[in-house]
Design a protein around this ligand. Sequence first.
Ligand SMILES: [Zn+2]
Length: 76
Amino acid sequence: MLSCKELVASSSDFLDGQLRLRQRIAVRLHLASCSNCRRFIRQMRVTQAVLRKLPDEPIPELDSLAKRLAEIQQGR
Ligand SMILES: [Zn+2]
């Protein structure tokens, strides 16, 4: 079973469709049983969508979100 930290570590690859089938299944299994990570992935999706739409504009809210994501990833 994937840990939450492992899920966070592979979340961007997951969202980009870069994971191998086995990893993707592990992520999906984890998401099925972990509401925290479901929320995290949803937030990542929103962030990516916003970043794609507004590539050049600095957005204070995104800065703080990015900071939080960095903190989460440092907790590996
Ligand atoms: Zn989790």
